[in-house]
Design a protein around this ligand. Structure first.
Ligand code: HEC
Length: 135
């Protein structure tokens, strides 16, 4: 067998295995993220993720979630104040930093909101990405 055939076969195998393993990890992360959400976010963003118009922006079907993962991580790590437009509505509130959460909890809660209430983003946010953004 030629070397390149072996190598490309190996690549297909590795990517196949990653594609297979990832959803299982993601399912776990989303499930853990729900607990983090209920304990730390639900008071403001509500159980159905719809928030409270004018005061707390929705995380359900929020166009903000289309931003880069680093922006989402930063909202949790640093909080968010000042004007912010979500789904065409302007908010000018204050979200306290939730930096007491662990890297893993932050990744999990973001994976949860990214995949709940009709939101769909199968690309996982990883604890290592959170770690990099900590001050
Ligand atoms: C004390 C209330 C409060 C808590 C608790 C809270 N948030 Fe927020 N959140 C806000 C407010 C208010 C804003 C908008 C701030 C502004 O107007 O600049 C916001 C903005 C956001 C945004 C960006 C805009 C959007 O709606 O998409 C995300 C994402 C978000 N919060 C997620 C979370 C997550 C996840 C948690 C739990 C780890 C959480 N929040 C906890 C009040 C809260």
């Amino acid at each position: 067998m030629k070397r390149w055939m072996f190598l490309s076969g190996l690549l297909v195998f590795v990517f196949g295995a990653v594609a297979f393993v990832q959803p299982a990890n993601m399912t776990k992360s989303i499930a853990k993220g729900k607990t983090v959400y209920v304990n730390n976010c639900m008071n403001c963003h509500m159980e159905d993720g719809k928030g409270l118009e004018g005061a707390f922006p929705p995380v359900a079907k929020s166009d903000y979630l289309k931003r880069a993962p680093k922006d989402l991580i930063s909202v949790i790590l640093k909080g968010q104040t000042g004007e912010l437009k979500v789904n065409g509505v302007v908010y000018n509130g204050m979200m306290p930093a939730q930096d007491y959460l662990s890297d893993e909890e932050i990744a999990d809660v973001l994976n949860y909101i990214n995949n709940s209430w009709g939101n769909k983003n199968i690309k996982p946010i990883l604890p290592s990405q959170v770690k990099l953004l900590r001050p």
